[in-house]
Structure formats: C-alpha cells, structure tokens
Ligand binder design. Structure first.
Ligand SMILES: [Zn+2]
Length: 519
C-alpha cells in the first residue's frame, strides 16, 4: 500500500538566469509548514495496533463511500459548490484543515447546509473543518473559496482554479470522516464551465463522473483544453495529462518521463505495479521555468512549470523537477515503511535525482560538483541546521520549518556514496541500497528509520556517519571529510567550489573518475 506521505517542492526565483543547480537546493528552502499525512497515517496505524489487541480497528472495517457533486460556480471569484449524499444519515463531518504545508483549508468552506428527506437541518461549525447537527442529515452542501494560493509551493497542494485552469483535490473538498468513520471511496460528478473538460487519476465512468477508492489521492485537472497521452502500455498504464501550450512537443515530455521511469526501474530493480500519471500544468502568470511547483500523491505527479521560455530551458527545468518527483513514485510511495523518515525520502532522493541527471547526461560532472558545493554553502548558513537530529527534523518537518531533511539529508547521501565507492574500490553502487530496500520480505509495521540505518551500516562501515548526522546532531564538516578523498572544497567570496585535488595521486584520480560515472 503506498504511503500517504506529503512531498512537494517549489521554486520561485526572480532571475530567470538562476543556475539550474540552485533548484536542487531550493527544494529545501521552499519546504512548507503544516501537518504531514505521513504522521496522520503512522499515528492512525499506531492506534489501530493498540486497539487490535482488544477488537478490530473500526477505521479499516467500516469505511464510507460518498456521492459527491462538485460544481464550478465561477472562476472569478473562484468558487466551487459541493453537494454530498451520505450512504446513511449522519450528524457530524470532518473536513481536513491542513495538508502538508497548507493550513486553514477548511476555513475556505462557507454557507454549509444540511437536509434530511428534503427538510432543512441546521449544521453548525464547531471548529475549523468540524461540523455537526442536533438532527441527522443525509445530504449536505457548501461552497468552497477556491482562489489561487499565495504561496507558490501550495499550487500543487490545494484545490484552486482561475479562468485558465483548475486543480481539484478531494482531500480538501470533501470530508475525510463522517460520523467519525473514514471516508475511503467516492463517486464524483463534476459540473464544469462551458467548453471545459476534466481529466483525473480516478476511474472515469462517463464524461464527467469518476469513482475513486482513495479520496486522499484523487486529483482532477480542468481546463478548456487538455489532453491525456497514454504510453508504455498497455499495462501498467502510464499517462501524461497535459494542460496548456509548451515550447516543446508532448512527445518530448513523454520521452523525458520515460527516460526517468526506465532509469528508476534500473536503479531499484522494481516495477511500479499500477503505473503512474503525470499532470503537467503551466505555472500561472507570464513566467519562465524558474517558477515551478510539484507534488507527488500516491501514483500521481502534479507539476506546474512556467512555460514562457525557449524549449531547451523549459525542458531542462522540467527534467530536473521530474527526476526528483518521479523517484517519489518509488521512494517512499512504493515502500511499506512506518514512521517519519523524510531525511531519507527527501534528502537521499535529491541526491539520487542528481546522480540520475548526471548519468542521463542532463547535467555535466561540473554541474554535479557545483550542486554539492552550493548545497554545502546553503547548509552552512542555515541558522537551525543542526538544532535537531535528522530523525527529529523528519518528525517535525512541517512544524519546525527547518530545511535540514533536504540539505543535511542530501549531504549525508553524498558522503555515504563516497564512502561506499572508496571502501569497495569503486565496485559498490548506491543503487544497491534501493535494491535491498525493495527486496525486503513483506512485514507488518516495519520501522523506516531502523530499517534504513541498518541497511546503510550493513553495506559499509558508516556507523559513524549515521550515528553522528542522522541519529545525532553533529554538524557536517565537509572540507574535513573530503580530505580523505580526491576532492577538495574551496570557498572564495562566499562561493564554494568542489574539484579534483591538483596533487591527487593516480589512485585518487581513478576514484574521481568513478564518481564521475554517476552510477
Ligand atoms: Zn521530494
């Protein structure tokens, strides 16, 4: 079962000339604050485990199915009406008030009305997202203010629409609990503005009706013009849902996605069972590709990218965003691990994406080294970089605002890669870490941090590394660490550069070439 972990990234650089390599680092800078679904999920499982000692956990047994009609009332102001029909009369509903870094979502709900057999029932707001009534109701309706979020990082995280396009997410539009029972599936009818159409990762019944068995992950995109392109078929099914115009062809985008899918199947030796969907939308406004925002939910990547630039630059930025997001289809979304381990599924994923970009020729080795040097500089100036261990920072990623799960996590991945290659005379591959993870026999309640740390330490003597930087709070001194390797880090005028040592021995030069391969 894929994890419900929230992952999102965004960028908003004022200068279109901002170097591509910044985008690796900025994912951390633009991380957001809020409640993680991973935590909701893990704590729920924890409660279930406890209750299971006495009786079967109600959440998994009596999940609800809802019928929903979602109508776009207007795009300016952006307003959506939701009409719900319940399978049995209820007195209370809960609508999610936060998702990842987006807070106060339920505050956008207004004019809520309940009915029972066409008779009006008064519904009261008890708290944000919590509504109840003294009498039972079997239908309810309300309006949702669906204006575009102010923070670019939330573009792919919450429902919103404008006159060009819309993104509707069931996770913030319909209740996740009815009468305290989890809503797992829904039948959704969409009423769109004239001339618009809709695509979704949910199963389509007819032109405007869909069913989903996982309301948390159901995503709808709407626009006057959109296209679904299926590829790599017939099964598993992969789709690109394309909204808007791009300086490249759909064929170019599909080719790029395919390259990463092939690469990650090779890296992990694991095929995603049910395929995946990539939803590609233009970043709002007249902006270039330095503006992007992405989120991977289950088997679906939602990606907004600015399209006002030349083909090469837009494709390059798209590639960098995709290399990270598509790997989330594997890690963590295809792993069944419990707990908060964002340092690994964000930090190590950043490094894995960098290695893949290098191996696939999307970036040069010089770019790779510069990215690591800039990452280290960014880590060094971060005031709360070592306030918590990476495990603690993962637990508090959304509430602490720290970016260490990205920056320090990625640095640990880089250091681990060097140690692995050094200890094995270049025979050790970073990929085998993922292969081992995907080969683990099925187990219930497997602790993510314990499992990953044990795998890391089992393959190379890295106990020092994990104890100091993952479990502990020690600061990373990369210059000192690199003194044992063929690389040196120089900082001039606040800018770091990483390069091969001039006085490197033949053996060290060989080591340098082995990192250069990116495998
Ligand atoms: Zn990520």
């Amino acid at each position: 079962m894929p994890s419900s972990t929230v992952k999102e990234h965004s960028a908003h650089f004022p200068s279109p000339k901002a170097a591509f390599r910044q985008s690796y680092i900025l994912a951390g800078h633009r991380s957001l604050v809020g409640a993680s679904l991973a935590r909701i999920r893990s704590s729920r499982n924890g409660i279930c485990a406890l209750l299971a000692l006495f009786f079967v956990c109600a959440i998994s047994v009596t999940a609800q199915t809802l019928k929903a009609r979602i109508s776009v009332v207007s795009s300016d102001p952006a307003k959506v009406r939701v009409d719900l029909e319940f399978p049995a009369p209820a007195t209370k509903i809960s609508i999610r008030n936060s998702y990842g870094g987006a807070l106060g979502l339920a505050e956008r709900i207004e004019l809520i009305e309940g009915t029972r057999q066409a008779q009006q029932v008064e519904v009261r707001k008890k708290a944000p997202g919590e509504f109840d009534a003294t009498e039972k109701f079997d239908r309810i309706s309300y309006y949702v203010n669906a204006t575009q979020p102010l923070r670019p990082g939330q573009l792919a995280q919450i429902s919103w629409l404008d006159s060009q396009q819309g993104l509707l997410l069931l996770s913030d539009l319909i209740p996740y609990l009815v009468e305290g029972i989890k809503v797992s599936s829904a039948e959704v009818e969409l009423n769109l503005p004239a001339g618009w159409s809709v695509e979704s990762n949910a199963v389509r019944i007819n032109a405007q009706t869909f069913v989903t068995r996982d309301v948390d992950k159901a995503v709808f995109v709407l626009a006057p013009k959109l296209r679904r392109i299926e590829f790599r078929g017939p099964a598993p099914k992969y789709s690109l849902i394309n909204v808007g115009k791009w300086p490249f062809s759909e064929k170019d985008a599909v080719k790029l996605i395919q390259r990463f899918l092939d690469e990650y199947e090779r890296v992990t030796e694991f095929k995603i069972k049910d395929g995946a969907t990539v939803m590609l939308l233009p970043f709002p406004g007249d902006v270039g590709p330095e503006n992007w925002s992405a989120e991977t939910r289950g088997d679906t990547v939602v990606l907004f990218v600015g399209n006002k630039e030349k083909k090469k630059r837009v494709l390059s930025r798209l590639g960098i965003a995709l290399s990270h997001e598509l790997f989330h289809l594997w890690v963590p979304n295809s792993l069944d691990l419990e707990g908060d381990y964002d340092w690994f599924f964000e930090g190590f994923t950043l490094y894995q994406a960098l290695r893949s970009d290098l191996r696939l020729g999307l970036i040069s080795f010089e770019n790779y080294l510069q990215t690591i040097a800039r990452l280290y500089e960014s880590y060094r100036v971060s005031p709360d970089r070592d306030r918590m261990s990476l495990i603690e920072a993962s637990e508090r990623r959304w509430s602490s605002g720290t970016s260490s799960v990205y920056e320090k996590g990625m640095l640990v991945a880089f250091m681990y890669d060097l140690m692995l290659k050094d200890s094995s005379n270049c025979a050790g591959s970073f990929n085998s870490l993922y292969r081992e993870l995907f080969r683990l026999p099925p187990a219930r309640h497997r602790n993510a941090n314990e499992t990953i740390i044990s795998l890391l330490n089992g393959r190379v003597e890295s106990r020092n590394l994990t104890a100091k930087y993952v479990e502990g709070k020690e600061p990373i001194d990369l210059e000192r660490f690199l003194s044992a390797y063929a690389l040196e880090l120089r900082t001039e005028k606040g800018k770091g550069t990483l390069r091969s040592k001039k006085e490197a021995t033949q053996e060290q030069r060989k080591f340098f070439r082995c990192i250069e391969k990116g495998d």
